[in-house]
Design a protein around this ligand. Structure first.
Ligand SMILES: Nc1ncnc2c1ncn2[C@@H]1O[C@H](COP(=O)(O)OP(=O)(O)OP(=O)(O)O)[C@@H](O)[C@H]1O
Ligand SMILES: [Mg+2]
Length: 318
């Protein structure tokens, strides 16, 4: 585990270097993906479902981010918008300079072909069953009219499938199929890779291999990666994980390694609440319960922090 986190730090540095090289300098790393007050309302048979209610998120170029949330929290809705499959009702969604609200059909096609790659949860949705792994990876390049010799094999090698290039999906395990799907999604060298529950159908050990492949392509290609999942354990697989609740980002966990005063290596996991532009934040449910907070709280501004206290008893009724 220890060396694992150091590896993560090294991989992150490598990914940032590759991404900066691609973008033309460090100063172009910030805000590769920006969601600001993103809203998506579905209307079906007179019923309105607010799937995203003012979601804020910034992902830098070359980052590998996990978005974690319960079923129905809005993860797929967010990814469908970011990958150009769906349009937001309101708010800002910008990826690699493309403003996804009100994109023309032509620009949308260009965006989907050149900028993003996508991996679905269902292994069967990612690959064509009658083609080999190598043919599956070559297909998007053929469709885009730019077959690069050896590129498919290079990508398969990167995800650890160099020796399975000739196999069809039914001759590969679920984890191998998903790693192959990562290679397919990267065939046309996208700037951003989205994966919706790519390990949802896999056991833990196999899921780790798929995450390993995502980390490798992030570091080797500098591609920005966003993975959504309901599995809280993935926070241990990435340096930054954002929690999404009821269509909003609620908190985030950052992991880092540092050298302590006595020279030993310490690992720090810090949890942050997300503060939106209007100054709103959500208290963790455990904090609310521990102090039986409800309806209103007292806030005090101290020189270097803000205090949140329950309102005095009786105050609530006045
Ligand atoms: N096309 C749609 N029409 C109506 N409601 C929808 C539609 N798509 C999603 N929703 C609703 O929006 C909310 C968020 O759905 P979403 O699929 O984004 O959740 P999710 O976090 O991906 O969940 P899961 O982990 O189960 O995949 C849910 O209440 C869902 O029922
Ligand atoms: Mg979903």
């Amino acid at each position: 585990m220890d060396s694992g986190l150091m590896d993560l730090a090294e991989l992150e540095i490598k990914a940032a270097e590759k991404a900066a090289a691609r973008a033309g300098g460090q100063d172009r790393l910030s805000g590769h993906i920006v969601c600001d007050g993103l809203v998506r309302i579905f209307r079906t048979e007179g019923v309105e479902v607010v799937a995203l209610q003012g979601l804020d998120l910034v992902v830098d170029r070359g980052e590998l981010l996990a978005v974690v949330g319960a079923s129905g929290s809005g993860k797929s809705t967010m990814l469908n918008i970011l990958s150009g499959l769906d349009e937001p009702t309101a708010g800002v969604a910008r990826v690699a300079g493309f403003d996804l609200l009100g994109l023309s059909a032509k620009r949308r096609l260009e965006y989907r072909r050149k900028i993003v790659g996508f991996v679905w949860q269902q292994t069967a949705r990612n690959l064509l069953p009658y083609l080999s792994a190598q043919e599956n990876v070559s297909l998007p390049m053929k469709l885009a009219g730019s077959v690069k010799r050896d590129r498919a094999l290079e990508l398969l090698d990167m995800v650890g499938l160099a020796d399975k290039a000739g196999r069809r999906p039914d001759q590969m395990s679920g984890g191998e199929q998903q790693r192959c799907a990562v290679a397919v999604a990267l065939a046309n060298d996208p700037e951003v890779l989205f994966a919706d529950e790519p390990t949802g159908e896999l056991d833990e050990a196999t899921a780790d291999e798929v995450f390993g492949a995502l980390r490798t392509v992030n570091a080797e290609l500098g591609v920005t990666v966003v993975v959504v999942t309901h599995d809280m354990n993935v926070a241990g697989q990435v340096r930054r994980a954002v929690a999404i609740r009821d269509g909003k980002t609620a908190s985030e966990v950052r992991r880092s390694a540092r050298i302590a005063a006595d020279g030993t290596e310490e690992h720090v996991t810090e949890e942050y609440a997300v503060l939106d532009r209007a100054g709103r934040l959500q208290l963790p449910a455990a904090f609310v319960e521990a102090l039986s907070l409800r309806d209103r709280v007292r806030l005090n501004l101290e020189p270097d922090h803000v205090e949140v206290r329950p309102s005095a008893s009786g105050e609530q009724d006045r």
